[in-house]
Design a protein around this ligand. Structure first.
Ligand SMILES: NC(=O)c1ccc[n+]([C@@H]2O[C@H](COP(=O)([O-])OP(=O)(O)OC[C@H]3O[C@@H](n4cnc5c(N)ncnc54)[C@H](OP(=O)(O)O)[C@@H]3O)[C@@H](O)[C@H]2O)c1
Length: 258
């Protein structure tokens, strides 16, 4: 899709943007579906010019620019950021949301199962943070938001690869905070619990029932409930929050947060 300023404005007015209109340029990786798409819709609503990336880059929520980006490929990440810069302007918010699971027990987990999940979830966040930090350092302002998971610190049998990648995001955000905090850049982690998306639809119904029993709120969440927290971290009210891990899990991870 070719994207013009007029299309951004048309998308925004249809969505009735909030008070933060013209808030800046946001990149949401994995913004075509699931939690990422809800974040894109919310940031468009809040007045951001938003790029929604995915592997093919053929679909994006209304009002956002669809951009192809393979997060395991540094050249693809650079090309996507270059295009976003050209078409929307200097990136001020990164939401590193693209992620995969490849669940199996430790004894059955291959090197490829482990490294592949690390490369998408953690390597992807690293490549995107590096690309986004350049314009942010120049502007002496920026927001980096990493989408982790409740299981990062809670642990999860059958997810040694996934939990390792998600736990490492916390160290990444805190190191980014220490490295870039003095340049007006914040880096935070959002740790969702069980959210209704295609990722969790793969979990067998018996396991879903077991999770449900452990969640104090007694329900799974909708992607929009994660998007609201991301929008807060991207907005003006979160200017002094950095290195934080914010759970959106109905209480599932209580006592295990970093
Ligand atoms: N759902 C939950 O309950 C839950 C809970 C905690 C944390 N999370 C985290 O939240 C994030 C979003 O989850 P979701 O449930 O919305 O997942 P989803 O519906 O499965 O969507 C995953 C997204 O990641 C993108 N992606 C995957 N591999 C990629 C790659 N190699 N390069 C570029 N993009 C890639 C996908 O793009 P394509 O369309 O191109 O494949 C898609 O947009 C993930 O990081 C996940 O770990 C989810």
């Amino acid at each position: 899709m070719n994207f013009t300023d007029q299309q951004v404005v048309a998308g925004q007015s249809a969505e009735q943007p909030g008070p933060a209109a013209a808030a800046g340029v946001a990149v949401v990786t994995g913004g075509n579906r699931g939690i990422g798409a809800a974040i894109v819709r919310r940031l468009v609503h809040d007045g951001f010019r938003v790029a929604a990336t995915s592997r093919l880059g053929t679909e994006a929520p209304a009002g956002a620019l669809a951009v192809p980006m393979e997060v395991t490929d540094g050249q693809s990440v650079s090309a996507a950021f270059e295009r976003i810069h050209q078409e929307l302007g200097q990136v001020s918010v990164l939401v590193a949301n693209a992620g995969i699971t490849k669940d199996t027990l430790l004894m059955r987990m291959s090197e490829e199962d482990f490294a592949g999940v690390l490369d998408v979830n953690l390597g992807g966040a690293f490549r995107c943070a590096k690309a986004a930090a350049k314009p942010m350092m120049r502007a002496r302002s920026g927001r980096i938001i990493l989408i982790s998971s409740v299981v990062a610190l809670y642990g999860s049998a059958g997810q040694v690869n996934y939990t390792s990648s998600k736990a490492a995001m916390i160290g990444m955000a805190r190191s980014l905070t220490r490295e870039l905090g003095g340049r007006g850049i914040t880096a935070n982690v959002v740790a969702p619990g069980f959210i209704n998306t295609s990722m969790t639809a793969q979990i067998d119904p018996a396991a879903q029932e077991k999770y449900l029993g452990a969640i104090p709120s007694g329900r799974f969440a909708e992607p929009e409930e994660v998007a609201g927290v991301v929008a807060f971290l991207a907005g003006p009210d979160a200017s002094y929050i950095s290195g934080a891990v914010i759970p959106v899990d109905g209480g599932l991870g209580m006592g295990h947060e970093g």
